[in-house]
Design a protein around this ligand. Structure first.
Ligand code: FPP
Length: 253
């Protein structure tokens, strides 16, 4: 596979790219962006410096994923559990998110990327919600990659919200057909989006951390020791190469 301007000729990225089979790319890549705090700690910097540095990785991975032709990229940016962190850290994370959108929206739009926020968005500050609404409105008709940013997200909370919605619909419209897997999939925050083929977690922890619990039933999991602020397109290509070597059997033989 070769892409104009994606990698310098002769670089590590360029040789990785050549080994990737463009016909077997994962459609949907989901990422648990972990290790910002440890990245900062290693440099004797405050944790928020790690989050700030993590924004550079977000930029590179969003752009690279779109250039590669992925259909969906889902980034876990803030979990329901993250409210337990010190107030200042939460505030910085929300500011960084707003800053990222303000700074990158024009490029995201130019790259034909559709932006979407998933999670309990209604519980976020109005200043965050208005930035999110604006980004979703501007990029609504884009036909390229879908960029899903999971915010105030938890997989269990998503299932609770989904089942409550289904319950309300059933009460209102009566019992039409039994609940099946398709109905649940189509009622989640990710309705209409294919399940992740590849789930990447940075910084070495072997955990799912309440991310996309329903959707990752058959995802290939790739854990790298690299901290999120160091994660760049080279690491994404390595993850995709490893994914292409896996034998996906979906429970069959
Ligand atoms: C995990 O590192 C990372 C987060 C909780 C936040 C990730 C957010 C960003 C990179 C910035 C905003 C996002 C977007 C999409 C613009 P950690 O703090 O848990 O690290 P540690 O495990 O080393 O402490």
């Amino acid at each position: 596979m070769e892409l104009d301007g994606f990698a310098k000729p002769g670089s590590q990225e360029s040789s990785l790219l050549k080994r990737i089979d463009k016909d077997r790319l994962p459609k949907h890549v989901a990422v648990i962006m972990d290790g910002n705090g440890r990245w900062a700690g290693k440099r004797k910097l405050p944790r928020v410096a790690g989050h700030r540095a993590g924004i550079e990785s977000v930029q590179d991975i969003v752009e690279s994923s779109a250039q590669l032709g992925l259909e969906v990229l889902t980034l876990f940016a803030f979990s329901v559990e993250n409210w337990k962190r010190p107030h200042k850290e939460v505030r910085t994370l929300m500011s960084l998110l707003k800053e990222f959108i303000r700074r990158e929206l024009a490029k995201v739009h130019k790259n034909n990327i559709r932006f979407q926020a998933i999670g309990r968005i209604q519980e976020l500050d109005e200043s965050v919600r208005s930035v999110l609404r604006n980004a979703m409105r501007i990029t609504k008709a884009n036909t390229g990659m879908l960029l899903n940013v999971a915010l105030n997200y938890s997989g269990r909370a998503e299932l609770v919200d989904t089942f409550n919605q289904l319950y309300r619909d059933l009460k209102q419209n009566g019992h039409k057909s039994p609940i099946d897997e398709d109905l649940i999939s189509n009622s989640l925050y990710t309705s209409g989006v294919p399940d992740p083929d590849l789930l990447i977690r940075t910084s070495g922890e072997m955990r799912i951390s309440n991310f996309l619990l329903w959707q990752i039933a058959y995802s290939e999991i790739y854990v790298t020791p690299t901290f999120w602020p160091d994660f760049r397109r080279r690491h994404l290509l390595e993850a995709i190469l490893e994914y292409q070597q896996r034998d996906r059997r979906y429970g069959g033989i």
